[in-house]
Design a protein. Structure first.
Lengths: 476, 187
């Protein structure tokens, strides 16, 4: 009996989706340049059904690709050839909310923003806020260790997860909590991109809503002045809840689209949000204003509507830049903040070299840079040129002591870039970790960690102390 | 002062090794990291400090206090090394860990994570090894997110007691031990 027949027999009607026309919506995630038709898509209603899917896939040696909302930007949820996509769109229950302990227990398909909406009546919210929060799911957030604009103060997903339940490839249930003795397995699962297990339940930390939040918007005549001000704010002992920068191109695009009132004469824009108790916000606000002597324009939000309007330009930066070009490619490198001005200068040189425009938005508080490369996929060769440009940016981030991905994940997109950040011995550790949990390699196999052969074929891999690792491997 | 090369040699040639941060522990079976100490890099405006594992909490506190910053987690004793805190803590500590340099059981020097706040390239080994009691690898260097004093204080509460874990979890722990220490050098 074919695996499809087995799935259909074991699961209720309308749970198994098959046939090209029906599976087409699942062919890609937010990184739509990569597409692959899966063997089938299964949308289970409960954990027992997930267990059945895992069992059937294991028996048939069929890969499983877990999928939340499919908003990921690195191809983590792109189907593999002949794979079963395990979608969580029916598992959207908020199982319980404990306002005293400030936690919520969730099924993996609960949307990020739906958590905050559900706990609003208790004066609480869920802090991590990736830009896709209206659609993305908590299960996907854990798989990618999703970030957002408030990470400097409130952490990424990993700092806001209390416990997870997961199923191993053998169908065993694991409960991992912050109170467990021993090594950091709970932390390991955050950002593991669906390669180690299938997450079935998540307990998240809830954060009290601040009494007040105010946003300072300041324009600068140079990127360097703006970056220096970011460093001064941190040195002064202030931890803003959001600290964002945009370059001139991003400012212009956002202003034309969202009309937040950004200064069009500025070379760089700083958005600095302060939140907390009323007195401390106003105290910090005065300190920040005292550090803005270099700014060409300064405005402070006077009410909630204005604060949200100032944010709107930043939050709509991607679509507003998307309006100006048939396609854009979003990068996600991180760098130590002190190198920001240098990195932006080099990106600008690369932009001239590749003859491709680039706009920069930057989570300045935590060093996460999102250059958006504008291109036209219908022009032959332009996508390849864009990918080379992107790779040069990621190599630059690694050279500066940063990382190829801050919050979007490796997926299939950054497999080559991984060869630049890690030595083969380090990559081998990743493969062995995968093997410890999934020895038959059926959970999202081939994603997140490149094979050593792939890196060797690239030729320009990470060289440790002048020695080429694994000299015994053939190089093509 | 021991060097990385010396520590690697000790691991490669060693058997039944235990790791200690106490200077008075001179038994042969111990790798003593108390002399491998000091601040490697400190960037107050980046909220990051990189430390050799033998650096004491007292020394770190002194360095940070000069810039009005502090460690954002509970520390029991000022004499303890950061390596010892790393080996015996849980998520309340790993929340602040950004990167580690380790020597695995094969004597290889490996780096995971780094000095940046956000980093999702590869599995988060720098947080995985927190609480490993020195049984998986010799941690030589740790990068930590620090905070201004008045904010760090809110995170310095003593964590609640830990729970025993299930057999299944212990089984995964022993599989992961083999990943880092295939010959069983560290006990």
């Amino acid at each position: 009996m074919s695996i499809l027949s087995q799935l259909k027999r074991a699961l209720p009607k309308n749970t198994v989706i098959f046939g090209s026309e029906n599976t087409r919506p699942f062919e890609c995630d937010g990184l739509s340049v990569y597409k692959q038709e899966p063997l089938a898509v299964v949308l289970p209603n409960n954990i027992a059904q997930i267990k059945k899917v895992i069992e059937i896939c294991r028996k048939n040696n069929t890969p499983i690709v877990s999928r939340g909302a499919g908003t990921g930007l690195s191809g983590g949820a792109t189907p593999l050839e002949g794979s079963v996509v395990l979608g969580f769109s029916k598992l959207t229950q908020i199982i319980s909310i404990d306002e005293e302990k400030k936690i919520a227990v969730l099924e993996p398909g609960v949307r990020n923003l739906a958590i905050s909406e559900a706990v609003e009546e208790f004066g609480l919210y869920y802090a991590p806020d990736p830009s896709s929060q209206i659609a993305c799911t908590i299960g996907g957030n854990v798989a990618e260790n999703a970030g957002g604009v408030h990470c400097l103060k409130y952490g990424l997903t990993v700092q806001n997860v209390e416990a997870i339940k997961m199923l191993t490839i053998d169908g065993e249930e694991l409960l991992l909590t912050r109170q467990d003795e021993g090594i950091g397995l709970l932390a390991l699962m955050n950002g593991s991109e669906g390669l180690l297990g299938v997450i079935t339940e998540i307990t998240v930390k809830l954060t009290p809503k601040p009494e007040l939040a105010r946003l300072v918007m300041a324009g600068f005549s140079s990127v360097r002045d703006c970056a220096d001000t970011v460093a001064e704010i941190i040195k002064k002992g202030i931890i803003p809840s959001g600290l964002e920068m945009m370059d001139k191109f991003a400012i212009e695009a956002s202003e034309a689209f969202a009309h937040p009132g950004y200064p069009l004469d500025a070379q760089a824009l700083l958005l600095c949000e302060l939140d907390g108790a009323i007195d401390s916000v106003n105290e910090d606000l005065n300190k920040v204003l005292g550090l803005l002597s270099n700014a060409t324009t300064t405005r402070v939000s006077e009410n909630e509507d204005e604060r949200l309007l100032f944010w709107k330009g930043r939050k709509d930066a991607f679509p507003s830049i998307g309006r100006l070009s048939p396609d854009y490619y979003c990068m996600d490198g991180t760098i130590p903040k002190r190198h920001l001005a240098t990195v932006l200068e080099k990106i600008s040189e690369l932009s001239a070299h590749y003859k491709l425009r680039v706009a920069n938005v930057f989570h300045a508080g935590d060093g996460n840079l999102h250059p958006l490369i504008l291109y036209n996929a219908s022009r032959p060769g332009e996508l390849e040129k864009t990918e080379s440009f992107g790779m040069d940016i990621l190599k630059l981030c690694v050279e500066m002591g940063g990382s190829i991905t801050g919050e979007h994940g490796v997926g299939i997109e950054k497999l080559d870039a991984m060869c630049h950040q890690f030595s083969s011995a380090e990559l081998d550790v990743f493969h062995q970790i995968k093997n410890a949990f999934d020895p038959i390699s059926l959970l999202n196999p081939g994603k997140a960690v490149p094979t050593l052969h792939r890196c060797a074929e690239l030729g320009n891999m990470h060289v440790h102390h002048g020695e080429l690792p694994h000299p015994e491997l053939e190089r093509f | 002062m021991s060097s990385i090369a010396e520590l690697q040699k000790q691991v490669r040639e060693g058997k039944n090794l235990r790791i200690t941060g106490r200077a008075d522990n001179t038994d042969k079976e111990f790798i003593n990291i108390s002399s491998y100490s000091g601040v490697v890099e400190y960037f107050p405006e980046e909220l990051v400090i990189t430390l050799k594992a033998g650096t004491t909490i007292q020394e770190i506190n002194n360095t940070l206090a000069a810039y009005g910053q502090a460690l954002p987690f509970f520390t029991e004793s000022l004499e303890k090394t950061i390596g010892a805190v790393y080996a015996t803590s849980g998520p309340e500590f790993s929340d602040s860990v950004l990167g580690v340099q380790i020597i695995n059981g094969r004597g290889e020097l490996l780096n995971f994570g780094g000095q940046v706040m956000k980093n999702v390239a590869g599995y988060d080994v720098s947080k995985l090894l927190v609480g490993s009691m020195g049984r998986l690898a010799l941690v030589t260097q740790i990068s930590i997110k620090i905070l201004p004093q008045r904010i760090a204080e809110q995170f310095q509460l003593k964590p609640p007691p830990k729970h025993k874990v299930s057999e299944i979890i212990l089984n995964f722990e022993s599989k992961l031990k083999k990943v880092f220490d295939p010959y069983g050098v560290f006990i």
